[in-house]
Each structure stands twice: as structure tokens, then as C-alpha cells.
Design a protein around this ligand. Structure first.
Ligand code: NAD
Length: 492
């Protein structure tokens, strides 16, 4: 069984080599209180590392470091900032295996796909290349005036990241914040703090001036909340759950009304019409719900399939799930599906599966814990789930696909849109007019036509409608997101 085998494909750092301190002013230092917390491996259920926990005093140190670094950093040529980012990308590339290893032992993300698709340095270089595009507008439309608008940094900013793609989430925020001239304090997730500390070390290797980037490991309370309430932080960018996004918004409103950008949860629908190509829809839906063990914000979780194709679709997804084989140790070459990130996440998913069983819902595949030890859950298909069930309404964040059937387009779209979330949606059809009509009607920040969530492009804006968030992270809008606008009027 791959889960039990001791073979590890990546070089294992010695426990001493795992950085456990906070990164402030280019130094790794213990927290002021000396408090630590344990990171638990979802593979073994044993302690992977013990990490210093940032408290309110550490937030203060980090904010003051970022404040001291701000004038010099924001006054540099944008191309100089790009130079630092490009050097950071090189260092991150060299540390890719180390970070993949640390994520695997913290939150179970398969290390192998990360090695095949080195997205992290690509993201950093994308933002470095944007350096000279951070511009405003000019106008001669008012008689006697030439007017210009300027894009300027907010100043000291904060970022709070989730655990499901720790380094990727980090570099999106850091790269866009820094290229636009801000300095930053980032809090990683308490479930996966280790790889973010390696990325911080890479920033120091790349020659970032002290204080430009500061990285804290800690919990939502007190650390995250202290950032959200801090009077000297002018912008906060958050990725995580909708409930936490609302809490951060409230802290911002109660303190200095800092600008808040939110990338939140989802419950993404897929509508499969009677003319769809099932040979494409089946693997696309299966990949979407099983990637990262279903712990992806824009994963397809609710399928509305035309009644004429429903049983063929369910059989097809069952076959595709079985063909992927059992979940396995995320450190092994070839593992595509590891455990859930931690005990909390694991028990949450199992509680939803219990609810399905208690409600008498048809479980076409899976429905149970997959192995022990480790937080492994079977890929699961739930069929004909009532629309008002918590299983349809709430984000499960596990490998659980809901398949409901429909007979009429309007009904399918009403049900697809009947959600507080609006992050992502897909449609499969061979009818071009219908594809356009449906893409227009789906209430989501991104829509896939004949494709699902693994397909995203960095030059397209990414973010949520409704309770899935506000602000856009990829594309040119990502740098807009980190700048304030100023209009300057020149009388001539
Ligand atoms: P979470 O909201 O529990 O935690 C996210 C981060 O917020 C963590 O760093 C946590 O410590 C911090 N936090 C918690 N409470 C806080 C508070 N009161 N104040 C400030 N910070 C606080 O979410 P999670 O479980 O880490 O991540 C999973 C969620 O993230 C899912 O809902 C998923 O859909 C969402 N997500 C969204 C995207 C996106 O781009 N839209 C991407 C990945 C994950």
C-alpha cells in the first residue's frame, strides 16, 4: 500500500533544517511570547513540526518593519522592484522540492503535480513583467487643463492566506503588492506555515531589502484579527472562507476602514445539456472535484445533468474515480490524491457524508473514510440531493460531487444560480448559441464552456461574485487592486 510505504521521492530536510521562526525585517526570530504550536501531518496524524506563534506584539514588530521599509521601496524604479521579483522567482524555483515536501507533511498536497507544473515562479515573473503597466490616465477634455490620474501604493499592507495552496496563494499576493510599491506583512495559515517561511528565506536570498516582506505564522485570533484591525495597515487582501472574510470586513470597518479584497469560498455548478460531449464532461468533472482532494475553492461541486444523460454520466464518473485508484501518500511519485488537510477538515467532510446517509440520499460511489492512519476520504457521488439540503447549500471542501438532474434549461440555470456563492460555473453543450446564452446568465466570476476549474489563465481576472468575494487577483486588475488612484489637475 503506497500509503504505508516508507519510500519518499523528495529529499527530506532534517527537523533542525525546518524553519520554525517568524520572518521580520529579513531576520528569522522567535515570537515575543515564545509560544509555539504544532503542525500535524495528515499522512501520519503525528506532529510534523513545532512553529513559533505570532501574537499581537509580533504583528506590531512586523508592521513597524514594513513601515520603515516603505519610503525607499515605493520610491524605487518599478523595474528595480521587478528585478528583485525575478531573483525571488529564481530562488523559489530552486526551493520548489523543499516547499512541496513541507506542504505534503503539513496539509497533504501531492508533491508530484507541483513538481510537474512549477506555477509559483511563473506567477512571480508574470507580475515582474507588469512593472511598467502600473499607470493611470491623462485627459485634455477640460478647457484650460491637462489632468492625469496616478496609481500609487497604499503603503503598509497585509495579506492572509489559506492552507490549500500555500505558496501559490502567497506569491500572488506578495508579487502584486510589492511590484506596485507597497510593503507587506503576510500571515500564513496555521495548518501549513512551513513552506511560506521557505519562500520568505528565498526573498532574503533574492536581496529584498529588510522589512519589505514580513511573514508571520499564527492563528486567525489573535494574529489575523490584529492585522485586520491595525490602524497603520491601509489594505488587506484575504483568501479563505466566506465567514472569515466577513469577520475581516467587520474589523476593517470598526478600525480604519482599510481597503479589503476578498477571495472566498464557492459551491460551483456545472450544467450538462443533452447535446454535451460526455467523453469530455466526465474526466473534466472528475478532475475538478478530486484535485487537491476536493479542497479547491472553484472545484465543481454541484452538477446539473440533463435527465437523458444522468445515469450515463454517473456511471462514467464512477469509472473515472475508480480508474484514479486509491488515495496515496502525497510524497510519492504519481500520487494525484492525498488526504484531507487536517483532522478538522476530515471530520467536517465525514459529517456531511453522515448527513447524506441519515437523509437517505443515494450514494452512487464512495461515502466513507478511505484508510487509517491519515485523513483519507473516498471520492463520493451523491445523487438527487434536495436543493434545500445543507449538502447543496454549503461548501464541503472534500471529494464529494453532487449530481442532480433537470429537464429544462431555465430550471437548470435557476438552480445553478440559487446559491450565495458565485466563484465559478461551467456548462457543457455543443450548441454555441446556448453556450453564450448560459455563460451570460450564470452568476459567477469565471465560467468554463466545455471545461472545468483546472483551466484558468493568469491574464484573465479571477474572483468571486456574491458571497464569493470582491476584487480580482489575476490579470492587470491584480495590480489595480493594490493601488490607490489620485487625480491631479494642471491648469495650463
Ligand atoms: P479560513 O477562513 O478558515 O482561514 C483562512 C485564513 O484566515 C487562515 O490564515 C486563518 O488563520 C485566517 N483567519 C481565520 N480567522 C480569522 C479572523 N477572525 N481574522 C483574520 N484571519 C483569520 O479558510 P481556510 O479553511 O484556511 O481555507 C479554505 C477556504 O478558503 C474555503 O472556503 C475556500 O473556498 C477558500 N478559498 C478561496 C480561494 C479563492 O481564491 N476564492 C482560494 C482558496 C481557498
Amino acid at each position: 500500500d503506497l500509503r504505508d510505504s516508507p519510500v519518499v521521492i523528495l529529499p527530506k530536510p532534517s527537523p533542525k533544517a525546518i524553519e520554525s521562526r517568524l520572518f521580520i525585517n529579513n531576520e528569522f526570530i522567535p515570537s515575543v511570547s515564545g509560544k509555539r504550536f504544532d503542525v500535524i501531518s495528515p499522512i501520519t496524524e503525528a506532529v510534523s513540526a513545532s512553529v513559533y506563534e505570532a501574537g499581537v506584539e509580533d504583528v506590531e514588530l512586523a508592521v513597524q518593519a514594513a513601515k520603515a521599509a516603505l519610503p525607499a521601496w515605493s520610491e524605487r524604479n518599478a523595474t528595480e522592484r521587478a528585478h528583485f521579483l525575478n531573483k525571488w522567482a529564481d530562488a523559489l524555483e530552486a526551493a520548489a522540492e523543499e516547499m512541496a515536501y513541507l506542504d505534503a507533511i503539513s496539509m497533504g498536497k501531492p508533491a508530484y503535480p507541483d513538481r510537474l507544473a512549477p506555477m509559483v515562479p511563473i506567477i512571480v515573473r508574470f507580475f515582474a513583467a507588469k512593472a511598467l503597466d502600473i499607470t493611470g490616465e491623462s485627459s485634455l477634455n477640460s478647457a484650460g487643463f491637462m489632468n492625469v490620474s496616478l496609481r500609487q501604493p497604499y503603503g503598509v499592507c497585509a495579506a492572509i492566506t489559506p492552507w490549500n495552496a500555500p505558496v501559490m496563494m502567497m506569491v500572488y499576493k506578495v508579487s502584486a503588492a510589492l511590484i506596485t510599491g507597497n510593503t507587506l506583512v503576510l500571515k500564513s495559515s496555521e495548518k501549513s506555515p512551513l513552506s511560506s517561511l521557505v519562500a520568505a528565506r528565498c526573498a532574503r536570498e533574492a536581496g529584498f531589502p529588510p522589512g519589505v516582506l514580513n511573514v508571520l505564522s499564527g492563528f486567525g485570533r489573535p494574529c489575523g484579527e490584529a492585522l485586520a484591525r491595525h490602524m497603520e495597515i491601509r489594505k488587506i487582501s484575504f483568501t479563505g472562507s466566506t465567514a472569515t472574510g466577513k469577520a475581516i470586513q467587520k474589523c476593517a470597518a470598526e478600525s480604519n476602514l482599510k481597503s479589503v479584497s476578498l477571495e472566498l469560498g464557492g459551491k460551483s455548478p456545472l450544467v450538462i445539456f443533452e447535446d454535451a460531449d460526455l467523453a469530455k464532461a466526465i474526466p473534466a468533472s472528475t478532475m475538478s472535484i478530486l484535485m487537491n482532494s476536493g479542497q479547491v475553492c472553484n472545484a465543481i461541486t454541484r452538477v446539473y445533468v440533463h435527465e437523458s444523460l444522468a445515469e450515463a454520466f454517473i456511471e462514467g464518473v464512477k469509472g473515472a474515480m475508480s480508474a484514479m485508484g486509491a488515495s496515496a501518500n502525497p510524497l510519492h511519485e504519481g500520487t494525484m490524491r492525498g488526504p484531507q488537510a487536517d483532522r478538522l477538515q476530515f471530520e467536517r467532510v465525514l459529517a456531511y457524508l453522515d448527513l447524506a446517509k441519515q437523509s437517505g440520499i443515494r450514494i452512487a460511489h464512495g461515502g466513507n473514510r478511505e484508510a487509517s492512519p491519515g485523513y483519507y476520504v473516498e471520492p463520493t457521488i451523491l445523487v438527487d440531493v434536495p436543493e434545500d439540503s445543507r449538502l447543496v447549500k454549503e461548501e464541503i471542501f472534500g471529494p464529494v460531487l453532487i449530481v442532480n438532474r433537470f429537464s429544462e434549461e431555465n430550471d437548470a440555470l435557476n438552480r445553478a444560480n440559487d446559491s450565495e456563492y458565485g466563484l465559478y460555473a461551467s456548462v457543457f453543450t455543443r450548441d454555441l448559441s446556448r453556450a453564450i446564452r448560459v455563460a451570460k446568465r450564470l452568476e459567477a466570476g469565471s465560467v468554463g464552456v466545455n471545461c472545468t476549474s483546472p483551466v484558468l489563465a493568469m491574464d484573465m481576472p479571477f474572483g468571486g461574485w456574491k458571497s464569493s468575494g470582491q476584487g480580482r487577483e489575476f490579470s492587470r486588475y491584480a495590480t489595480d487592486y493594490w493601488t490607490e488612484l489620485k487625480s491631479v489637475y494642471f491648469a495650463i
